[in-house]
Design a protein around this ligand. Structure first.
Ligand code: FES
Length: 126
């Protein structure tokens, strides 16, 4: 049911962990299934120099977040914003139809993290 690439990234996920002093950290959840990704980015001159994450979720969520992390490592913010659920699923050789939504978690987390970095929320403290 899963491709060899999915099984590889599920069994041996890349870039798991956290970054001590990230430029941005974002948590994104899928309200439908309750799974979530916490993603940390280190960014230098608009290039992602490090990415780490913690994922609480199904096997496909783990595999897609792992693959997505490899797709943005060393890439520009613009390139990272081009990562979508479809490109992540494609890079894994496809996902079963009922697991396609799982790839949305990583793609959404990357978009949210880059957007938060580019447009940080205003400091509401007075
Ligand atoms: Fe929730 Fe896969 S079932 S991300």
């Amino acid at each position: 049911m899963y491709t060899d690439k999915v099984m590889d990234h599920f069994s041996n996920p890349r870039n798991v962990g956290q970054i001590e002093h990230p430029n941005v950290v974002v948590k994104v959840g899928d309200p439908g299934c309750g799974d979530a990704v916490l993603i940390f980015l280190k960014i230098d001159n608009d290039v992602i120099t490090d990415v780490k994450y913690k994922v609480y979720g199904c096997g496909a969520a783990i595999a897609t977040t792992s693959m997505a992390s490899t797709m943005i490592m060393g890439k520009s913010l613009d390139e990272a914003l081009e990562v979508t659920d479809d490109t992540v699923a494609e890079a894994l050789g496809g996902l079963p139809e009922n697991k396609m939504h799982c790839s949305n978690l990583a793609a959404t987390a990357i978009r949210a993290a880059v957007t938060r970095y580019l447009h940080p929320p205003e400091n509401t403290e007075s």
